[in-house]
Ligand binder design. Sequence first.
Ligand code: CP
Length: 317
Amino acid sequence: MQLNRKDLLGLEFLSAQEIKLILDTADNFKEVLQRKIKKVPALRGVTIANVFYEPSTRTKMSFELAEKRLSADIINFAKATSSVKKGETLRDTLENIQAMKVDIVVMRHGSSGAHKFATEFLEASIVNAGDGQHAHPTQALLDMLTLREKWGTFTGKRVTIIGDIMHSRVAHSNIWGLTKMGAKVTLCGPPTMMPMDIDQLGEGGVKVEFDLTRAIENADAINILRIQLERQKTKLFPSSREYFEVFGISPEVLKRAPEGCIVMHPGPMNRGIEIAQEVADGPQAVILPQVENGVAVRMAVLFLLAGGKAEEEVVAS
Ligand code: CP
């Protein structure tokens, strides 16, 4: 089976079969990443531009490593050192990058919909590495790969996403991915950070629960979101201390969840605000395995968008 798509804009546009294909392909690439020589020639001759208009540690490094593991040629763009500082527009920037014969553009941008706009004039494939508050599809895919490794299935599993739902592209992509794969999603956070009608999002909708204990008491996994102070135009909660007291995940709060409940965080973490030190570094956390899985997931996405088949050729040679 192949992913017959040019772009990856968001998980809302993928079927459950396509999501499964990406996760299965990522599983194959995880095997490659265990080898002494962690490299395959799958994207030899393919040129990829990493275009980051917003800061990133995990996503940018993970994409770059995935590209190197696939033997692609790479060029990097960072807003701070680019001609955007001289007033160049997004369209002009991308068209100039394409003129250099780039095949795939991996982009992070602060505006929701920037990637959709780019598909209107770019022949190169566009991969969404985060657009504003809209979507972060590869983050949700790596979260799902991490959960599937623990559970084997999503059917009937319960995932609670906690925190700044309104500003979170991670939450939006997880809602689409998890519900399409058969999991049940509950959202919890301050009412000031919970968008109207969010319960309608995803395949079949999600549950909204403002009481943290009720939100986690049956959860098989909790995904704790970063409070995105940089995206808040007004103060949405009185203080960080109060946020932690009401919605923060401390060891005491985690005891209210079932034993074995998986603890996730997309990073970067605000330790002591949305998650306590002991929880972030505790035995239930899979935060670093999430990061590890990011490389395999991004290898799978790039390989499939470039026209690869999820067969044994992935791991051959
Ligand atoms: N999770 C995530 O997107 O992290 P970065 O902002 O560091 O890429």
